[in-house]
Design a protein around this ligand. Sequence first.
Ligand SMILES: *Cc1c(COP(=O)(O)O)cnc(C)c1O
Length: 198
Amino acid sequence: VKANAYGHGIIEIAKSVVSSGVDYLAVATVNEGPQLRESGIKCPILILSIPFIEEIPELVKQNLIPLVYEKEFIDTLDTAASKFHKKLEVHLKIDTGMGRIGCKPEDALDMAKLIDLKKNLELTGVCTHLAVSDSFSREDIEYTNKQISLFVTVTEDMKKQGINPGIRHCSASGGTLFYPDAHFDMVRPGLIVYGYFP
Ligand SMILES: *Cc1c(COP(=O)(O)O)cnc(C)c1O
């Protein structure tokens, strides 16, 4: 329901999808969280972009779930959560090829271990973003399959090391429609919720 539910009205859409059985919502920025909470939405809310430092107290207060991928930010969140005597849920974002936000796949295990050691943080999910899952060109399909298998490798490595990756998710509309193998534990459909083909 980011960007005011793609212009459709965040409160109306959030209430409607939650009553239809959706159990997680996602928004782009922290300031979209309080209006959802004030309207009585209690389900987990993921924040898809990286919050500004000054937004962190609000994020903790509203129990919003940030994506994390950098040591410094993880340290900052842990400190903030301890000030509120809270255990804050976080999802680790891995950059398997989107080239935007996320840690390198080879650093993911260490990041997960770091979160595991934090008293006031809890790793409840691991995710990535498929860059070209809405394209049917052969190279793009290959690229997407590589991203998916990299994601599997990394999350399996965590399990082998005794770290529970929690909810694994990587599919926006494209992955939701075209890559059933990439649904894992949760999907993040945006456009298709509103009836648009990606
Ligand atoms: C916007 C967004 C989505 C949804 O994308 P659509 O292409 O609209 O389905 C999913 N995941 C992340 C991380 C996003 O930023």
